[in-house]
Design a protein around this ligand. Structure first.
Ligand code: FES
Length: 128
């Protein structure tokens, strides 16, 4: 019987300090080492924000080409402030579920991260 590796929960920020319109970015911890997890070339990163009053967290990786969505820290929204937008080719994603509604990866979606609140601290992990 093999034991399944569980991705670790990691603290991201204090929920009470997360402001509407604010995006908190982070590097994902590696399941075995607890240190930053990386792809072949880049560290794997994510972001958390408030969708209305609901915190949501996604992997910062566009389903089109696998690059990070933002080119500037904390800038993830389109000019109308309605959708998450990839800065490379402009794909638009619904904040609620990460579905791409326009652009080269239309119909695909961002990877949602598991999210929980423990004693006021938002914690995330890669889904299994
Ligand atoms: S890399 Fe994001 S839309 Fe092309």
């Amino acid at each position: 019987m093999t034991s399944k590796q569980i991705n670790p929960w990691q603290s991201v920020c204090d929920k009470a300090e997360l402001q509407p319109g604010q995006f908190v970015e982070f590097a994902l911890a590696h399941a075995e080492t607890g240190t930053a997890k990386s792809t072949d070339t880049l560290p794997l990163t994510g972001f958390v924000f408030l969708d209305g009053a609901t915190p949501r967290a996604y992997l910062n990786q566009c389903p089109h080409m696998g690059v990070e969505l933002n080119w500037k820290p904390g800038c993830f929204m389109d000019v109308d402030n309605l959708f998450l937008q990839c800065s490379t080719h402009g794909a638009l994603f619904k904040p609620r579920d990460g579905e791409c509604i326009a652009g080269p990866c239309q119909g695909d979606a961002l990877t949602e991260l598991d999210l929980r609140e423990t004693e006021g601290i938002l914690e995330i992990r890669l889904p299994e």
